[in-house]
Design a protein around this ligand. Sequence first.
Ligand code: GLA
Length: 405
Amino acid sequence: MNGSDSHDEDGIRADRVADTFRQIFGESPDGVWAAPGRVNLIGEHTDYNDGFALPIALPQTTLIAARRRADGRLRLHSAQGDGRITDLAVAELSPGTVTGWSRYPAGVVWALAQAGHAVGGADLHVDSTVPTGAGLSSSAALECAAALAFDEMYGLRLDGPELARLAQRAENDFAGVPCGIMDQMASICCTTGAALHLDARTPDRPRQVPLDLPRHGLRLLLVDTRVTHDLGDGAYAALRAGCERAARLLGLPALRDLPAAHLPRALRVLPAELVPLVRHVVTENDRVAEAVTRLRQGDVAALGPILTAGHASLRDDYRVSCPEADLAVTAARGAGALGARMTGGGFGGCVVVLTEAAREDQVNREVPAAFAAAGFRPPRMLAVAPAAGARRLSPPPRRGALAER
Ligand code: GLA
């Protein structure tokens, strides 16, 4: 998809969402904002260890049409919801009081207010093409679109990493999901044609790594295993706690501070159950560094084996894969792909595949065939390319993406 096509599509969707807003709330919105889902190429379960990741933004976005209200009410409606309007008082928002999808935009308003920003009410209509429960950060897309909408409606002028931090706070403290900062940073700070080299310790300085797949005759595919994951179910929190305990035992601020050269010695002193966790995090941070080096050298195909090694580490050490994701990786590689790995929090969700364009059809045929043979639900196959981060769609921004602020 070239830039002008995606702009046209953005414009059409923005008009449609604004029209629906008028039908629901009876007035025109102040604007329409978009934020994408993400797929992480490498660097999984590293962000909450102050480590590194390499996500791209997806073309799939969450759109929010919004209009400021003077009476402190927050009214929320979603095209994917049950048709009802959630009506809340901004002054009464507190963690645990809002359920369902509304807790993400409401949490953002709460986080902004908690941080001392002067925000009030608004009407919001949400419409999203980011698949939910597929590990593609649909909740971050919703939070980030809301954060940008409130930032602009209330003239806050916060920068991208600050908005990402507040969106993460909404998810951690309002929605109760103990995620790191990768998804929100990706949704806000990614740029078209590049991967975001995230350093979770210093997210304020996002670096873009060019990723021009067509130029190298390559494609990125997603296999949605359709196994739904839920980061709120405790497994993610337990892994995070294990990593934090290991860092404490090693006398380090975070596992990010353990260099690979010290890994063998560290593994000898840790309790057995923490050994695989630490090994994954340290080797995964190294894989991000290696991937960035190779991309900067223009050797995009070298990403393939790095992805596959990352999958083995998530499967065998971190133990967050599932049979469907393992099969997707094996089948994609069997079909000639350069590499593949599960992406996101795990326990289901998507597998990202790097393949030569010439093998794309074969991968698209053989992965579903392998799922059928194993008696799994048919997977959903998607082609993806690095797309833009959060932005205002209407009225058209004077400058480009928020990442350029
Ligand atoms: C989820 C979390 C992220 C990150 C990944 C694993 O997507 O929201 O913060 O920890 O899992 O890399």
